[in-house]
Write a protein that binds this ligand. Structure first.
Ligand code: ATP
Length: 345
């Protein structure tokens, strides 16, 4: 669905995206995580053609980006850098404009499309108040409704639960899971590890512009080969397991053993009481913290380009206004103004 090869984006001395080899497969719920400034948003913007790469290649839905953006974007729902809409208009008016701008379908079926999108995100009974009167959570839902209008094959979402309360986060998670089950591939960024852990099937971790991990969540959370045992008979268990107990604190033992069921049978067979037992798993948080450093925006002290002289750092080329002009194809109609895909002011 999305493949990048040696994708690099440099902003002056900052290497925002550094040789990224991303692979989002059809049917994935892919979560991109990483500390602030790791390059997540820049990577999403590159994929949506909102900024040009310094080098490397991008393929989305089998088509090169940005060259074939016009073919790709109608099949992609996107919400990048927060929801954006016309504040003086209502949710329905905003969605109506967006629908009219894109290849959504016939005009007479527009109200039904809009109603379906609003219902999906929990805004079915929204009134005609202007969007500027909405809470951030409502605007976030509206942004998602905009991304859903086209029944996209691929959803690209930057921090989709930003500003939502726990109930809202759960609802968005359910919506995304449902959409994924009905065939939409979901690619999102987040710095809420728990959110990614609960929703995603595949995880990418970015650190200082590089994609340092890309793996199935199940693999990342695989058992460590140790078993956690809670027992009121800790001293006897330590004696019985002779050398296999790595730690014993307040009745909680960490035991080197491949099979909790077998270990349980052994302990119970010897008359020891076991109140809780299970495999030790590394949490996503531990995995991420192990490969990421302090995690904040950085400015490289010196460019990693061949020469260190300031002249070696080329001036930043002008960014496309929103979606770049598409070589060999007419300019992309309407997408730049579409509230679903948001460009920096
Ligand atoms: P956050 O989670 O805080 O949004 P992020 O992982 O999305 O962070 P990016 O916003 O992609 O990170 O930023 C990566 C790096 O690129 C940062 O050092 C940032 O300051 C820099 N950067 C991003 N956009 C620009 C820009 N338009 N001009 C200059 N530098 C930029």
């Amino acid at each position: 669905m999305i493949v990048t090869t040696a994708l690099t984006k440099r902003y002056g001395r900052v290497l925002a995206v550094d040789g990224v080899e991303l692979a989002v497969r059809e049917g994935d719920r892919y979560g991109l995580i990483g500390p602030n400034g790791a390059g997540k948003t820049t990577l999403l913007r590159l994929i949506l053609g909102l900024v040009y790469a310094t080098s490397g290649e991008i393929t989305v839905l089998g088509q090169p980006v940005p060259a074939r953006l016009r073919t790709v974007l109608p099949q992609v729902g996107a919400l990048v850098e927060g929801p954006s809409s016309y504040g003086h208009l209502s949710a329905r008016a905003n969605l109506s404009l967006l629908d009219a701008a894109g290849p959504g379908g016939a005009r007479r079926t527009r109200p039904a499309r809009i109603a379906t999108a609003l219902e999906r995100v929990g805004l079915a009974r929204i009134d005609e108040r202007p969007v500027k009167a909405y809470s951030l959570g409502m605007r976030q839902r509206l942004g998602l409704a905009a991304a859903l209008l086209r029944a996209p094959r691929l959803l690209v979402l930057d921090e989709p639960t930003n500003g939502l309360d726990p109930q809202g986060i759960r609802e968005i998670r359910d919506i995304l899971r449902e959409l994924n089950e009905s065939g939409t591939t979901v690619f999102l960024s987040s710095h809420l590890l728990a959110e990614v852990e609960q929703l995603c099937t595949r995880v990418g971790v970015m650190e200082q512009g590089r994609l340092v991990i890309q793996e199935e969540l199940a693999v990342l959370q695989a058992a460590t080969g140790r078993v956690i045992v809670h027992t009121p008979d800790a001293a006897r268990a330590v004696a019985l397991l002779d050398g296999r107990v790595e730690s014993s604190v307040d009745g909680r033992l960490l035991v080197r053993h491949p099979d909790p069921a077998e270990l349980n049978a052994l302990l119970v067979g010897e008359g020891l009481r076991v109140t809780e037992i299970g495999p030790e798993r590394r949490s996503l948080e531990e995995t991420v913290l192990a490969v990421t450093s302090a995690g904040s925006d950085r400015v490289d002290s010196a460019p990693t380009a061949p020469a260190a002289s300031p002249a070696a750092v080329p001036p930043e080329p002008a960014e496309p206004a929103a979606v770049p002009a598409v070589p060999a194809e007419p300019a992309v109609p309407a997408e730049p103004a579409a509230p679903a895909v948001v460009e920096d002011p």
